[in-house]
Design a binder for this molecule. Structure first.
Ligand code: SF4
Ligand code: MG
Length: 468
């Protein structure tokens, strides 16, 4: 999912909409914006793309100087309007709206407990638990209630929250998902506006400057008194999702302090060093394989070209929820450039093989277009374990690398050769060079490649009595 927040701007809802537009790649199922004018909270949600939902008329129904927004990609809960965010909950502390990226885990019977305590859940999404915990907290100030609720849940959360006159942003203690803060300079001596976004690419369109990341375990509040911050948890090692650098985030974003483009190019270079093969042409599987393919071509000296052309009116095939849509999607989305491929030994670069069905179709497509050899190179290690932190990888039985050996996968996708980037090569690619502010190979979650999950199985109900 993608989240966005704007504080203190006369066009808050419109800026939030632009931000969500830049974050559309993080989720295409539903979108929503909640705004507030100091008195009341307004919200509008819909299914589909943000550009379809937020027409001028709809934006006019979202007045006020602050807003939060969300674009959804379902991992838990159904893909329905009911689960579109922001979710707003009325409580004794006033109305609280939330937009969440990530997945909560180890929730145990938290929901039943809250229900016994009088909570009425509106959605089947795990995100609502956070607001209900805040609403049912006995702490004296809102920020205390929030800090308490956030330390009671486990898993991945990059969230923005809003009351009728304040904005909050928080990241889970391991910093699984990105979340950054930016600033728009006030015109003619007016106070600055503050913005928060899942990825920094959302700032550029708003003329916002990147200020800093919301830190793992940090809760930031923006109100009339300015920006305040509190650490609600520390002492847990950082475990930021490395798959954001591999595939999920946009290459023009800087996440965890590191340019995604720089990581991806390095992945391609490292892949060429680790598993080079004689060939005539390096071809990316667009769009996700493009930057790594550029790196591979630069390092190997083999020419790069767009042997597969993408139809840009088709969205991300992976984040379409059903296999049927995905299958058809591949052919709708990609078409070969026959004149480039004919008679060539081709190296195909893609970011990942999940089920193997896409890769198999693409290899066939390239061969059918006249390639004499097709060598598949993948810019991360084999995906052997599902994600519980907000990426919708299928269960082990559908993960081809959990079921088959390298040679069996090669045979299944019908490639002449197949190689993946090593784990060390991947973490090195995401930390090498000067923009890796404080990141080390150990700063990342790599569980989908290792099966070694950074969180422990703690049942949140054991912490709950103090909270609910
Ligand atoms: Fe990211 Fe994989 Fe960890 Fe999920 S399991 S957070 S996709 S690295
Ligand atoms: Mg792809």
């Amino acid at each position: 999912c993608g989240v966005m927040a704007v504080y203190n701007h006369p066009d808050a809802a419109r800026l939030t909409y632009w931000g969500l537009y830049s974050l559309q790649h993080r989720g295409q199922e539903s979108g929503g914006i909640a705004s507030a004018d100091g008195e009341q909270v307004y919200d509008r949600k819909g299914m589909g793309l943000v550009s379809e939902i937020f027409t001028d008329d709809v934006l006019k129904q979202l007045p006020g100087h602050q807003a939060i927004g969300h674009t959804r990609y379902s991992t838990t809960g159904d893909s329905a309007l009911l689960n579109a965010q922001p979710i707003s909950v009325e409580s004794t502390k006033g109305l609280i709206a939330i937009a969440h990226n990530g997945n909560l885990i180890n929730l145990g019977t938290a929901k039943e407990r809250l229900e016994r305590d009088g909570a009425i859940f509106q959605t089947t999404s795990d995100s609502e638990i956070i607001v209900q915990l805040i609403a049912h907290s006995k702490c004296s100030t809102l920020i205390d209630c929030m800090a308490e609720a956030l330390s009671a849940v486990d898993g991945a959360f990059s969230i923005v929250m809003m009351t009728r006159n304040r904005i909050f942003a928080a990241r889970d203690p391991r910093g699984f998902r990105p979340l950054s803060m930016g600033r728009i300079a006030g015109k003619d001596g007016a106070p600055d506006s503050f913005v928060f976004a899942s990825e920094t690419c959302a700032f550029d369109l708003l003329h916002a400057t990147y200020e800093r990341d919301v830190e793992p375990g940090e809760l930031v509040m923006v109100s009339e008194e300015g920006v305040t911050s509190r650490i609600f948890s520390k002492g847990v090692p950082q475990a930021s999702c490395i798959f954001e650098h591999v595939y999920f985030a946009r290459p023009d974003s800087r996440i965890y302090g590191r340019w995604v483009q720089q990581s991806r190019e390095e992945m391609g270079r490292q892949l060429a060093r680790e598993s080079g093969v004689p060939a005539d042409l390096v071809v990316p599987v667009p769009d996700s394989g493009v930057t790594a393919a550029l790196g591979y071509a630069a390092e190997s000296g083999i020419p790069f070209n767009f042997g597969l052309i993408r139809n840009h009116y088709v969205g991300r095939t992976f984040i379409e929820p059903t296999q049927r849509v995905r299958d058809f999607g591949v052919r709708m989305k990609l078409n070969p450039s026959r004149h480039l491929l004919e008679g060539k030994r081709v190296i195909l670069i893609d970011d990942s093989i999940i089920r193997g069905t896409t890769s198999r179709k693409i290899v066939r497509m390239v061969r059918a277009a006249g390639a004499t050899e097709v060598h598949m190179r993948i810019s991360c290690p084999p995906t052997i374990s599902p994600c519980f932190y907000g990426v919708d990888t299928p269960s082990k039985e559908h993960l081809i690398a959990a079921q088959k050996s390298l040679e069996e996968i090669r045979e299944y996708i019908e490639a002449d050769s197949l190689a993946y980037l090593s784990l060390i090569g991947l973490t090195h690619s995401c930390t090498k060079g000067e923009t890796a502010d404080g990141l080390s190979p150990g700063s990342f979650c790599t569980a989908c490649y290792t099966g070694d999950y950074p969180s422990q199985q703690i049942d949140v109900t054991e912490i709950l009595p103090a909270v609910a």
